[in-house]
Design a protein around this ligand. Structure first.
Ligand code: GLU
Length: 461
């Protein structure tokens, strides 16, 4: 059987971490089985759905590489089909028209609560229709839930879960204005899209039983379900805005790489041995839904940062250099790319995020003396300038390797009876404008002799 999964977000807000992880698990599961992964935007709640949210969902998914294998299905566009299925359910007796007024409903709800059972309308009984007659057009269509027995799901994550049929209320399929409810729409769309596996948050587990009854009433195959535990914050409470939970786009803005987000989100609830750092291809290779845990996972920003650091180290230096240069706000040096590429292993060593990687690289991407911090400027005493000037004079026209430079520097220091501490900090100040930077010898090689001389000369004049 060809596997088809879907991610079905409601566009009532941004794409958050939990949603992104649901999308990812559906994607990885489908790909691990050679199947298809589809996207459906559940925009039936017209009051709460916004085009901004739809846009943010697409942007977020495309950044993560999780757009569907086919254009997204818009649930609101399937409304005629949802109504058609409701009509079929009415015809085959699995649904009924319910004419209860709000006041009657309140009374019945109260009674059902006292009896510890779910709401069942008297209109479910055909005989009630005969005696009460159909009153007006003001009715909703309700699903006739089974009268007795149990309903079980063999959930791929939760295991076998059972409820008693009498716990399920005769839920509304179409409202009094004829509009289909989410519960009906989701089943019809999943069936029509040929979904074989539904992977989603375990807050939907109770819905699965209700939805199952619609599948049975229509004689449709019931998909497999996998309800994954929600993501919690460090304090164990469900992840919320209080924990700083924000749309996926803020992680992008904060300098996280999509491959790091994928890696990190995979580990929220799933594991493969002791593997912590991996690529999407490896996740697809290894994914086993049986290895998704039942306990909620905890979001840990420090871990995300360290996963991001790993992926920065693995990323193509050319791509990273291009990203850094992209942020430049003035014309960059002709040599900027080669300087960045030479130093990239050292730059990524010190950065946890792309934002950090882009910070403080002005001395590499622009020619000329960099802007000086106060403490760097303080290092450039007359004595230090004297040593720097001599060093600049001593440099040959070209020094292509780190070894050549080190040899030259050692000879220079020895000849003058100096130690590295006499020149290291002033050199760093003159060449980078700061007291902190990657190794100064690597910087000299990256900048090249000509630029080093130019910077020292402009400081010493
Ligand atoms: N649209 C629902 C939500 O965003 C998901 C429904 C489902 O996956 O079945 O919570």
């Amino acid at each position: 059987m060809a596997i088809v999964t879907r991610f079905a977000p409601s566009p009532t807000g941004y794409l958050h971490l939990g949603g992104a992880r649901t999308a990812l698990f559906n994607y990885v599961f489908a790909k691990s089985q050679g199947g298809k992964y589809l996207l459906r935007i559940e925009d039936t709640d017209k009051a709460r759905s916004t085009s901004d949210a739809i846009h943010a969902i697409h942007e977020g998914l495309s950044w993560l590489g999780l757009e569907g294998d086919a254009p997204a299905v818009m649930q609101s566009e399937q409304e005629a089909r949802h109504r058609e299925v409701a009509a079929t359910l009415l015809e085959n007796g699995h649904a009924y028209r319910c004419y209860l007024s709000d006041a009657q409903l309140d009374t019945l709800r109260q009674k059902a609560k006292e009896d510890g059972v779910a709401l069942r309308s008297p209109w479910r009984d055909p005989a009630y229709h005969d005696t009460s007659g159909e009153q007006n057009d003001d009715f909703v269509i309700r699903l006739r839930m089974p009268d007795e027995g149990d309903l079980s799901i063999s959930d791929l994550v939760q295991g076998k879960v059972t409820v008693t049929a009498t716990q399920l209320d005769d839920m509304v399929l179409c409202r009094s204005d004829g509009s289909p409810t989410y519960m009906l729409a989701v089943v019809v769309d999943d069936h029509d899209m040929g979904i074989t596996h539904i992977i989603r948050g375990d807050d939907h587990l109770n819905n699965a039983f209700r939805q199952m009854v619609i599948y049975q009433a229509m004689g449709w195959d019931i998909p497999d379900f996998a309800h994954i535990p929600l993501i919690h914050g460090q304090d164990g409470a469900k992840l919320s805005k209080r924990h700083g939970a924000v749309g996926i786009e803020s992680y992008r803005e904060d300098g996280y790489l999509p491959e790091a987000m994928i890696n990190y989100l995979m580990r929220l609830g799933w594991s493969h041995g002791d593997e912590e750092l991996f690529t999407m291809a490896q996740a697809i290779d290894w994914f086993d839904i049986a290895k998704v845990g039942k306990a909620p996972s905890r979001f840990d920003v420090d871990k995300l940062r360290s996963v991001n650091h790993h992926h920065l180290r693995e990323a193509s230096p050319d791509t990273l250099a291009a990203l850094i240069l992209d942020k430049a706000d003035a014309p960059v040096s002709e040599d900027a790319t080669s300087r960045l590429l030479t130093l990239m292993p050292l730059l990524t060593e010190r950065a946890m995020t792309l934002v950090e990687l882009c910070q403080g690289q002005d001395y590499l991407i622009y020619d000329g003396t960099p802007a000086m911090t106060e403490d760097a400027a303080a290092l450039l005493t007359d004595e230090a300038k004297g040593i720097l000037a001599e060093f600049a004079d001593s440099l040959p026209d070209a020094l292509d390797t780190l070894d050549q430079l080190k040899e030259h520097l050692n000879a220079f220091l020895e000849a003058r009876g100096l130690k590295m501490k006499h020149i290291g900090l002033p050199l760093r100040a003159a060449l980078t404008g700061t007291k902190q930077s990657p190794s100064i010898t690597d910087i000299i090689v990256a900048l090249g002799v000509k630029e080093v001389k130019r910077r020292i000369e402009s400081i010493c004049k």
